[in-house]
Design a protein around this ligand. Structure first.
Ligand code: HEC
Ligand code: HEC
Ligand code: HEC
Ligand code: HEC
Ligand code: HEC
Ligand code: HEC
Ligand code: HEC
Ligand code: HEC
Ligand code: HEC
Length: 339
C-alpha cells in the first residue's frame, strides 16, 4: 500500500502522462510547450550564432500553427505556416522587399528562404551561405573568374555594388553609372585641369567592363599594358575605337593630328616604330592630367624612377621638357629646325 504523498505523486504523474497522450492524440502542440523555448522539443532551432529573433523568443507559433495532423510523428503535415511560407509570411513582420523598380527574381517569387534560413544560421542575417558564396548558389562562379579581376568581385563582395533584394537602378545596383564607381574610387583622381571627354561625362563604361574582361584593367578593348612595343594598330584598339586610326600612319600630314612640326607627324615619329614604339600612355593619361591634352606630368623611367615631363601648349604648337633633356618644340606653321 502506497503512502498518501506517494499516491499524490503517482496521481500527478498519471495525469501528466495522460494529458501528454491526449495532446499527442489531439495532434496539437501542447499549449504550454508552444510557449516554451523551441516548443519544448526543438532545442536545435536556436543553437547557432545568428538566431532569428522570434525563434530566440520561442515564438514558434507566430509562424507555425497546428494543422490537425499528428505531431510529432507525421512531422511535415502536423504544422502549417501561418502564411504560404513565401514572401507573405516574412511580410507579416518585415517591410516588403519587392516594391522597387528592379526586384531580384527569387525575391519577386517570394522565395526568401532560398537565401535565409527562417530559424538560424552561422552567417549573419541567417544567410544559408556566407555572403561571398551565397550568390554562387545560383549564378555560375566560372563566369566571374578573370585573369585580371576587379578586386571586389574576386573577393566575392557582390554586395559592394548589388542589393540582394531590389533597387530603383537596373540590375539591382546600389548606384548608377559613375556614382557607383565613386562609392569606392576616389573622385578627386578623376577631376583635374584636362579631363578626357568620356571621363568628364562619367562614361567609365565606355572603356571598362565592371565585371572584367580578358584584358588588363577591365578594359573592353586592347590597349598596351607596356610602355613600348612594335607598332600595330590592333594594339591600340581601345583608343582607335573613338580616334582616327590613321593618326600615326604616315610621317607627312597636315590633317591627321596637331602634334606635328610643319607637316612632320610627331605621333608617327614616337609611336610608329617596328622596335620600341611608344604607347599612348607614355605621354597621355587615359583619365585626367594637370597639363593640356591629357599630357601626364610623369612617365615611367628605368626601374622605379619616374621622369617628369613639362608640357606647354601654344596656339600653333608646343614645347616639351622631358627629365633633364633640353626642351623640344614643334610648330605647325613655322616648323622648327632640328626640333
Ligand atoms: C519566422 C518564422 C518562423 C519561426 C518563428 C519559426 N519557424 Fe519553423 N519554419 C519556418 C519556415 C518558413 C519553415 C519552412 C522551411 C523551409 O521551407 O525551408 C519552417 C520549418 C520548420 C520545421 C521543419 C523543417 C526543419 O527545419 O526542421 C521545424 C521542425 C520547425 N520549423 C520548427 C520550429 C520551431 C521549434 C520554432 C520555434 C523555436 C520555429 N520553427 C519557429 C518559419 C519559422
Ligand atoms: C513574427 C514576426 C517575424 C516574422 C514572421 C519574420 N521575422 Fe524576421 N525578424 C523578426 C524580428 C523581430 C527580427 C529582429 C528585428 C531587428 O533586429 O531589427 C527579425 C530579424 C530578421 C533578420 C535579421 C535582421 C538583422 O538586421 O539582423 C532577417 C534576415 C529576417 N528577419 C528575415 C526574415 C525572413 C526571411 C522571414 C520569412 C521567412 C522572416 N524574417 C519572418 C520578426 C519576424
Ligand atoms: C538572393 C538571396 C536573398 C533573397 C532571395 C532574400 N534575401 Fe534578404 N538578404 C540577403 C542578403 C545577402 C542580405 C544581407 C544584406 C547586407 O549584408 O547588406 C539580406 C538581408 C535581409 C534583411 C536584413 C537587412 C535588410 O535589408 O533589412 C532582411 C530583413 C531580409 N534580408 C529579408 C528578406 C525577405 C523578407 C526576403 C523575401 C521577400 C528576402 N530577404 C530574400 C539575401 C537575400
Ligand atoms: C536562389 C537563387 C539565386 C541566388 C542565391 C542569387 N540569385 Fe541572382 N538571380 C537569380 C535568378 C533566377 C535571376 C534571373 C536570371 C535571369 O533573368 O537570367 C537572377 C538575376 C540576378 C541579376 C540580374 C538582374 C536583372 O535585372 O537582370 C543580378 C544582378 C543578380 N541576380 C545578382 C545576384 C547577387 C549579387 C546574388 C548574391 C547576393 C545573387 N544574385 C544570388 C537567382 C539567384
Ligand atoms: C564593382 C561593382 C560590381 C560588383 C562588385 C559586382 N557587380 Fe554585378 N554588375 C555590375 C554592373 C555595373 C552591372 C551592369 C552590367 C555591366 O555593366 O556589366 C552588373 C550586372 C550583373 C548581372 C546581370 C548581367 C550579367 O552579366 O548577367 C549579374 C547576374 C551580376 N551582376 C552578378 C554579380 C555577382 C554574382 C557578383 C559577385 C560575384 C557581382 N555581380 C559583383 C557591377 C558589379
Ligand atoms: C565595391 C567597391 C568598388 C566599386 C563600387 C568599384 N570598384 Fe573598381 N576597384 C575596387 C578595388 C578595391 C580595386 C583595387 C584597387 C587597388 O588594388 O588599389 C578596384 C580597381 C579597379 C580598376 C583597376 C583594375 C586593375 O586591374 O588594376 C578599375 C579599372 C576599376 N576598379 C574600375 C571601376 C569602375 C569603372 C567602377 C564603376 C563601374 C568601379 N571600379 C567600381 C573597388 C570598387
Ligand atoms: C578612354 C578610356 C577610359 C575611360 C573613359 C576610363 N578609363 Fe579607367 N583606365 C583606362 C585605361 C587605358 C587604363 C589603364 C592604364 C594603364 O595601362 O596604366 C585605366 C585604368 C583605370 C584604373 C586603374 C589604374 C588607375 O589609374 O588607378 C582605374 C581604377 C580606372 N581606370 C577607373 C576608371 C573610372 C572610375 C572611370 C570613370 C570615371 C574610368 N576609369 C574611365 C581607360 C579609361
Ligand atoms: C569612348 C570614346 C573614346 C575613347 C575610347 C578614347 N577617347 Fe580620347 N577623346 C574622346 C573624345 C570624345 C575626345 C574629345 C574630342 C575633341 O575634343 O575633339 C577625346 C580627346 C582626347 C585627347 C585630347 C584631349 C584634349 O584635351 O584635347 C587625347 C590626347 C585623347 N583623347 C587620347 C586618347 C587615348 C590615348 C585613348 C586610348 C587610351 C583614348 N583617347 C580613347 C573619346 C575617346
Ligand atoms: C610622345 C608623346 C605622345 C605620344 C606617345 C602620343 N601622343 Fe597624342 N599627343 C601628344 C601631344 C603633345 C598632343 C598635343 C598636340 C597639340 O595639340 O599641339 C597630342 C594630341 C593627341 C590627340 C588630340 C588630337 C590631335 O591629334 O592633335 C589625340 C586624340 C591623341 N594625341 C591620341 C594619341 C594616341 C591614340 C596615342 C597612341 C597611339 C598617342 N596620342 C600617343 C603627344 C603624344
Amino acid at each position: 500500500m502506497k503512502s498518501l504523498p506517494q499516491k499524490i505523486i503517482f496521481f500527478a504523474l498519471a495525469t501528466l502522462m495522460g494529458s501528454a497522450a491526449v495532446v499527442l492524440l489531439l495532434n496539437e502542440c501542447p499549449a504550454e510547450a508552444a510557449g516554451k523555448e523551441n516548443c519544448g522539443c526543438h532545442p536545435h532551432k536556436a543553437e547557432k550564432t545568428f538566431i532569428h529573433q522570434p525563434v530566440k523568443d520561442g515564438d514558434c507559433n507566430l509562424c507555425h500553427k497546428p494543422s490537425g495532423e499528428k505531431h510529432p510523428k507525421v512531422k511535415a503535415e502536423a504544422f502549417l505556416l501561418t502564411d504560404s511560407g513565401k514572401g507573405g509570411l516574412c511580410a507579416e513582420c518585415h517591410e516588403r522587399k519587392d516594391t522597387k523598380k528592379y526586384v531580384h527574381s527569387p525575391v519577386a517569387a517570394g522565395d526568401c528562404t532560398d537565401c535565409h534560413d527562417p530559424h538560424q544560421s552561422e552567417n549573419k542575417y541567417q544567410l544559408k551561405e556566407s555572403a561571398s558564396e551565397l550568390c554562387y548558389q545560383c549564378h555560375d562562379k566560372n563566369k566571374f573568374v578573370r585573369t585580371f579581376p576587379h578586386k571586389p568581385i574576386a573577393e566575392g563582395k557582390c554586395l559592394g555594388c548589388h542589393d540582394p533584394h531590389q533597387s530603383d537602378h537596373k540590375y539591382m545596383l546600389k548606384e548608377e553609372g559613375v556614382n557607383l564607381c565613386m562609392t569606392c574610387h576616389d573622385k578627386s583622381e578623376f577631376s583635374g585641369k584636362s579631363i578626357h571627354s568620356p571621363v568628364a561625362s562619367g562614361s567609365c563604361d565606355s572603356c571598362h567592363a565592371t565585371h572584367g574582361t580578358g584584358i588588363h584593367h577591365l578594359l573592353k578593348q586592347v590597349a598596351p599594358a607596356e610602355m613600348y612595343q612594335s607598332f600595330n594598330k590592333e594594339n591600340f584598339a581601345l583608343c582607335f575605337a573613338c580616334h582616327s586610326d590613321t593618326l600615326a600612319d604616315s610621317w607627312r600630314t597636315d590633317l591627321e593630328t596637331n602634334f606635328r612640326n610643319g607637316m612632320y607627324n610627331l605621333h608617327y615619329l614616337h609611336v610608329n616604330k617596328s622596335h620600341k614604339g611608344r604607347s599612348c600612355k607614355v605621354c597621355h593619361d587615359p583619365h585626367v592630367a594637370a597639363q593640356p591634352r591629357l599630357i601626364s606630368d610623369k612617365v615611367a623611367g628605368f626601374g622605379r624612377w619616374r621622369i617628369p615631363i613639362r608640357y606647354t601648349k601654344t596656339d600653333v604648337g608646343g614645347t616639351c621638357v622631358v627629365g633633364c633633356h633640353k626642351p623640344k618644340s614643334y610648330d605647325r606653321i613655322n616648323p622648327i629646325e632640328n626640333p
